[in-house]
Write a protein that binds this ligand. Structure first.
Ligand code: HEC
Length: 410
């Protein structure tokens, strides 16, 4: 491990005080225990959510947030409450899939789902646990067990004895043992035993009093005491000189909340996130998207055509420098739209007041819509109709067009 390359360190101080734990929720939001208080950190502001002991892990389950603290599992709604476990916990992996959390403690490894605890099948001394995308990996005895979330069946057994197991967003297993970090056939050896490892777009390692970034290159920085977590932009949460800090290799910018593949029914919200952003302009395929507080809700149906769409952001940082970020997403094809299920509800809600039978332009029913299809499309596309009201949404316009293009099915 060469010492000559140091990371292009960009550090943001989040909270001052004595940090005993920190986790990332929703990809970027930070929950931490600072001076024995649980603190939610939002864009450099912070507020108290109640007192608790050190945080070990977190998961979004059934719309709520579960937080694992030193002595139990708590659910974080508006207040910190209920502790289904009452034990000294050694390690935790929480996976939001199917509302499940997996907890390791001295007595065994447990899955928490729908308010119930169930012990998982592993044997030997328990060492580490990691979870992602519907799988939980438990290092126990001389093996790593791959356990399917939901059925809780052991679907994989790998012979190895790591100290820690981590799973990245792609589902790849990262393990550490002593001074070695491994990912599949890749192995990195550090000067001293690894104190902590976190994976996200590569890995962060704390070893030999230094913080290392393992990506295409391996680079280090000094002055970081403890590594807690990392986020969707690959930033590390660490205890720095006087409290909790977020560190990255260079200045990061990215999107949070944009799924790569959408079913078309659900709107999604996107958030542009980074450090020191002064101004951001976002567009989809060149069409400007209005942001409020760096976030926007996107009507997925407006982009329903099954093609790839390019989401890009042009960023101005507070020091005057600029950057761009891009990502692509795809919304599944709307499929077959029928008149009765897709189009008529739009007519009922937005047109029927003025175009019922007996009016000058009758639009009630299938035949009228087929006959006037072209002029209807041009009216709604140009927002001339519905007269004097809010224009149809992108989803409604897309539904009408898809109905015609799909051959006017009843
Ligand atoms: C508040 C009343 C009102 C609503 C709501 C409304 N329209 Fe109209 N629309 C009119 C009026 C008034 C005209 C012009 C007179 C006429 O043709 O009936 C018109 C005309 C039209 C025409 C004929 C245009 C032409 O040049 O031939 C179409 C097509 C049409 N509307 C479609 C729609 C559709 C589709 C909706 C619902 C999405 C809708 N309108 C909602 C009032 C309304």
């Amino acid at each position: 491990m060469s010492d000559d390359e140091s990371i292009d360190r960009y550090e943001v101080s989040l909270v001052r005080g004595d940090v005993t734990g920190a986790v990332v929720v929703d990809g970027v939001r930070v929950l931490a225990t600072v001076d024995d208080e649980l603190v939610a950190v939002e864009r450099s502001t912070s507020w108290l959510r109640g007192a608790t002991s050190g945080i070990r892990g977190v998961a979004q389950v059934d719309g709520g947030t579960l937080v694992l603290v030193d002595d139990g599992l708590v659910s974080l709604a508006d207040v910190v409450s209920t502790s289904p476990l009452d034990a000294e916990l050694d390690a935790v992996a929480l996976d939001g899939t199917e509302g499940a959390a997996v907890v390791m403690e001295a007595e065994g490894v447990f899955a928490w789902q729908n308010g119930r605890l169930r012990e998982l099948e592993t044997s030997g001394a328990r060492r580490g646990v990691g979870a992602n995308g519907g799988m939980v990996w438990v290092a126990s005895g001389g093996r790593v067990y791959g356990i399917e979330v939901g059925t809780w069946a052991v679907v994989d057994r790998i012979r190895m004895r790591p100290d820690r197991v981590r799973v990245d967003a792609e589902g790849t297993l990262w393990t550490t043992d002593g001074d070695t970090l491994e990912r599949g056939r890749d192995a990195w050896v550090f000067p001293e035993d690894i104190d902590a490892v976190q994976v996200c777009n590569g890995a962060w390692v704390h070893s030999d009093g230094r913080l290392w970034r393992v990506g295409e290159t391996v680079r280090a920085t000094d002055g970081m005491d403890e590594l807690w977590a990392c986020d969707a932009l690959g930033r590390a949460l660490v205890t720095g000189e006087d409290g909790l800090a977020r560190v990255s290799d260079g200045r990061p910018i990215g999107f949070v909340g944009v799924p790569a593949e959408l079913d078309g029914d659900t709107p999604f919200s996107l958030e542009v996130t980074g450090d020191g952003l002064a101004d951001v302009a976002v567009d989809i395929d060149g069409k400007p998207i209005k942001l409020e507080d760096m976030a926007a809700t996107i009507d997925a149906l407006e982009w329903f055509d099954g093609a790839d769409h390019l989401l890009s952001a042009a960023v101005l940082y507070d020091d005057g420098s600029e950057a761009r970020a891009e990502t692509t997403f795809r919304v599944a094809d709307l499929g077959q739209v029928g008149f009765a299920t897709g189009v008529e509800p739009i007519y009922d809600a937005a047109c029927s007041d003025c175009h019922a039978d007996g009016t000058e332009t009758e639009l009630a029913g299938y035949d009228n819509w087929v006959e006037s299809f072209d002029v209807i499309v041009s009216m709604v596309e140009g927002d001339a109709m519905p007269l004097g009201r809010d224009p149809l949404t992108g989803a409604e316009k897309a539904t009408i067009k898809a109905w015609g293009e799909g051959g006017f099915s009843p």
